[in-house]
Ligand binder design. Structure first.
Ligand SMILES: Cc1cc2nc3c(=O)[nH]c(=O)nc-3n(C[C@H](O)[C@H](O)[C@H](O)COP(=O)(O)OP(=O)(O)OC[C@H]3O[C@@H](n4cnc5c(N)ncnc54)[C@H](O)[C@@H]3O)c2cc1C
Length: 461
């Protein structure tokens, strides 16, 4: 056993420090479910003080540390080398305070997102971050990746939901920015540096988050649309008519909708599979009766004027779950095709149709049996592409990535709207950020983590 692991066990005990062998019994990823954790040791602190003391020891001994939450990251951000120590926040999992007057909740970083949602719902509140990985991902991981999810259209991304943050720097310094106010202009807003920093600048230990009132109405429909141009108009009208009740506007191209509603998918189609586009739209509100009237009126008027070709409204919890499963059951793609390359690009809504058509046709020229599935958070300008060309070698991966990412630079898009850079997208960061921006990122990293022990090699080269 290495000197540092012995030292850590002596100081914090066996429960807080798992050895290489013990850690190796755990999965390395709750996304791929492939491979076991391969690290020098796994630290499981129970308090911020322990995180600070552990990091101080690691920093003094130049020991690399990989912060870990629920391990649902999809860009290699939580991968460890056998020489690196993993630091999991799983035991810092308390909801410390639900403050109804301020509408804030104070949590430790290891609280699982779904646990927080459930606990707040029991108290009449909503934490409006929602994503497919909610059963595993943790608030610290959500903040470190600035997660977006299914309700960002209305409530914003994680960055917009965080009021205060407590972070431990690489050398063990505790930075407490546990602010509860919406407005605080006393100097730099330091917490913003750590939101979306992918474990490279500090370990997030606690946070103060905004809560909303639990909605009393939920109206959800799948609608079929005959052209992309019509989906843009539908989004504009929905924002105007349903106002801030409009919470999700998820667009599914025919390829994705077809895959999700034909066997081996267990889900039948709520609408025929013949339309080019499908929108899953949802509005949340506080008045069940009038909200339903408003939602139904909106759909009826656009069925009449032809903007909507067909519509199915969820009439029960069962139907609501069914509709959302069609949107969220992305794992199905991996059981049907292997390998699959996954993308989460961001771009202006007006560029989406042209961009998708262009890259699909260019990829098809090379791989005639290409599988290309498109869907995503259209309302947020963020799309997911799942591409399978039957090959998984490095040259193929490189070429597909180049063909997907390079056109984004010309239209001012981003190589990632949600998942972050991690390990997988480092070589493409320069397409979405200027050389000066990357230089400044590196300078900030140097100040906060001069020895480069935190999540080395991720995000920045
Ligand atoms: C089925 C599925 C659906 C998804 N849907 C979405 C979606 O809609 N929107 C979206 O944005 N993402 C989505 N994701 C990606 C992922 O779930 C999110 O990025 C999530 O926020 C990661 O949280 P986690 O706790 O699993 O973090 P992890 O995967 O454990 O870590 C993520 C990153 O944060 C760092 N980190 C973790 N905890 C801390 C901490 N306490 N302090 C500092 N750094 C830390 C890690 O080093 C790593 O770089 C999805 C993933 C899956 C598998």
């Amino acid at each position: 056993m290495s000197t540092i692991v012995k030292l850590l066990i002596e100081q914090f005990g066996k429960e807080s420090v798992l050895t290489h062998e013990e850690a190796g019994l755990r999965v390395a990823s709750n996304w791929t479910h492939k491979g076991n954790l391969d690290c020098l040791a796994l630290l499981r602190p129970k308090t911020t003080k322990e995180v600070s003391e552990m990091l101080k020891i690691c920093n003094d001994l130049d020991q690399p540390v990989v912060p870990q939450g629920g391990l649902t990251n999809v860009v290699g951000g939580v991968i460890t080398k056998p020489t690196e120590i993993a630091l999991s926040l799983e035991r810092m999992n308390k909801i410390e305070e639900i403050n109804a007057q301020n509408k804030t909740v104070t949590v430790q970083a290891g609280v699982v997102l779904q646990t927080l949602q459930t606990s707040l719902a029991e108290n009449g509140f909503l934490f409006p971050l929602d994503l497919g990985a909610k059963g595993s991902c943790m608030i610290g991981g959500n903040i470190a990746s600035n997660a977006g999810g299914l309700q960002a259209l209305r409530y914003g991304v994680t960055r917009n939901l965080v009021l205060g943050l407590e972070v431990v720097l690489a050398d063990g310094t505790i930075i407490s920015s546990m602010n509860k106010m919406m407005k605080n202009n006393a100097g730099y807003d330091l917490k913003q540096l750590f939101i979306g920093s992918e474990g490279t600048l500090g370990v997030i230990t606690r946070a103060i988050l905004k809560m909303e009132d639990l909605p009393k109405s939920r109206n959800t429909a799948f609608v079929a649309v005959e052209s992309f141009e019509k989906t843009i108009r539908l989004l504009q009208y929905a924002k105007k008519y349903l106002k801030n009740h409009l919470t999700s506007f998820e667009l599914l191209w025919q390829d994705y909708y077809g895959l999700m509603t034909l066997p081996p998918s267990p889900y039948s189609p709520p609408l025929p599979q013949t339309y080019p586009f499908y929108v899953l739209m949802e509005a949340l509100g506080q008045d069940a009766a009038s909200d339903k009237i408003l939602f139904d009126e909106f759909l009826e008027s656009h069925l009449e004027d032809g903007l909507i070709a067909d519509a199915a409204i969820a009439q029960s919890q069962h139907e609501l779950d069914w509709f959302w499963k069609i949107r969220e059951n992305v794992e199905l793609i991996f059981s049907v095709h292997d390998p699959v390359f996954l993308f989460d690009v961001s771009l202006a809504i007006s560029d989406m149709d042209g961009y998708i058509k262009k890259i699909r046709s260019e990829l098809q020229k090379i791989w005639h049996d290409l599988r290309f599935y498109t869907f995503g958070h259209m309302g947020d300008g963020n799309l997911h592409l799942y591409i399978s060309c039957g090959r998984n070698d490095n040259d193929t991966k490189q070429l597909v990535e180049e063909m997907v990412y390079k056109p984004l630079q010309q239209i001012g898009g981003s190589v990632t709207g949600e998942h972050g850079i991690g390990l997988d997208k480092r070589q493409w960061l320069h397409l979405s950020r200027t050389a000066e921006e990357i230089q400044l990122m590196k300078a900030i990293k140097k100040v906060l983590d001069p020895k480069g022990i935190l999540n080395p090699g991720k995000l920045l080269t």
